[in-house]
Ligand binder design. Sequence first.
Ligand SMILES: C[S@@+](CC[C@H](N)C(=O)[O-])C[C@H]1O[C@@H](n2cnc3c(N)ncnc32)[C@H](O)[C@@H]1O
Length: 249
Amino acid sequence: MPEDPIEISPAIGCLYGIGVGPGDPELLTLKALKAIQRVPVICVPQAANRRDSYALSIVKDYVKPEQEILRAPFPTDDAEGAAQAWSEASELVAERLRKGQDVAFLTEGDPMLFSTFSYVMAGVKEICPEAPVEIIPGVSSVMAAAASAGVPLATHGQRLAILPAAYGLDDLSEVTSKFDTVVLMKVSPNIVKTLAELEGLGLTGQSTYVRRVSTDREKVIRDVTEIKDEDLDYFSLLIVKGNPRKRPQ
Ligand SMILES: C[S@@+](CC[C@H](N)C(=O)[O-])C[C@H]1O[C@@H](n2cnc3c(N)ncnc32)[C@H](O)[C@@H]1O
């Protein structure tokens, strides 16, 4: 009697979390580029209120027609909806991994800093714990903005804080009294309130606004009182020099 054919299950694919840098494709690492060119599936987060994925636009010249582009749409103003979206994205990614396909999940900047990759990584680890995960760091917008502005983030013995300004500025006074440099990300929706807070703290002259760093729309504004509506952009941040030694501890 012929033996049943042995079913060989395909090796499980690897999930790559890849940082593609802040915008200039020349800031892609060689490791990121090699992984992006090697995988059959590229997954990109795409905000529901945007026409395309920023991360994908950075690497578009390196994507081949035969690579599958898996778009993970997510709402920006609905936390519950976003959680559902990430869980669906994790399922789609896990489906490819189980077929033995490697998946590159692209994120702008670095994947471990305010990145959608964190949610998908957690989801995939839950539903497909056997899949290996490799994270390839990228040049964060924080580092690129400091470079473009020529503002060192921290020197010997200094302290650096990175805050998501969109979630509340109540602690700005405390943070700038404790840290030498404070980077405010996701700053544009709250810019008016932020500038008023900085003015109240006497920090306006110690703040630099950086928009779309490393792209042809880059703008560095050293006098933040001159920020105009047309300068505002989701892809912008503020580097604020604090006064830790001048304030009471
Ligand atoms: C969801 S976070 C992503 C951060 C990203 N993982 C990183 O390492 O830069 C998005 C925020 O990063 C900042 N950002 C990202 N790209 C930027 C760019 N090219 N120029 C200025 N700020 C940028 C903005 O503050 C934006 O609101």
